[in-house]
Design a protein around this ligand. Structure first.
Ligand code: FE2
Length: 206
């Protein structure tokens, strides 16, 4: 996509809306409801994500940090799937919303049955551009996700109720029942520059 500094405006507006939201409430249902409205607007157009946040890795899915709230009340990432890439079964340990931007992804939720065995929770679902999914320890937090395409990149935008690169989470081994700790981190050391509004301000000069 374009590297014109004005192109980032939808992401900046989203970050501003999210910052106001986390200032106004810490109630999870409100946070999820309002974030869904803001995220839906953000992913309604696919013309703002900087190119360097769209690059797949030949082996591993990528998680590019787009923004982290300074008080770690939320974070936003672009999740970039190379062809056929898939996560392990994992959780998030915070609320999160997943908005499909480009391509498609498949998801399968899991839950524990009464005997303490990890089982599928509902059918496999497919997300297409504009679709949003919610995860949270209170609503169902364990799933496996994969690129729906074996021949092209897919990208989803995730919003989490914490700095997801610093959250202690878990990977679940279905056959053995083993649970392993992990922290996802981020794939890049740079983040988008939200703050160059010079073109807009220059256009207002006499
Ligand atoms: Fe996930």
């Amino acid at each position: 996509m374009t590297q014109n500094p004005s192109a980032i405006a939808p992401l900046r507006e989203f970050i501003i809306s999210m910052t106001k939201l986390v200032e106004s409430t810490n109630e999870e249902p409100s946070l999820i409801k309002q974030t869904s409205i803001h995220l839906s607007k953000l992913i309604s157009k696919d013309n703002w994500l900087p190119d360097f946040c769209t690059i797949p890795h030949p082996e591993f899915y990528q998680q590019y940090l787009l923004h982290a709230d300074p008080l770690e009340r939320f974070s936003v990432v672009s999740f970039v799937w190379g062809p056929g890439q898939k996560t392990p079964i994992h959780d998030h340990c915070t609320w999160g919303l997943i908005g499909m931007l480009r391509g498609a992804e498949k998801g399968q939720r899991f839950k524990y049955d009464e005997a303490g065995k990890l089982i599928a929770d509902g059918p496999e679902t497919t997300m297409n551009p504009g679709d949003i999914e919610v995860v949270s320890p209170s609503l169902g937090d364990i799933h496996v996700v994969s690129n729906a395409f074996s021949d092209k990149t897919s990208i989803s935008i995730h919003v989490y109720g914490a700095n997801i690169g610093a959250v202690k989470r878990h990977v679940y081994i279905e056959d053995s029942g083993e649970i392993k700790n992990f922290v996802s981190g981020y794939s890049s050391t740079q983040i988008p520059n939200l703050w160059d509004r010079s073109l807009e301000v220059r256009s207002q000069l006499n």
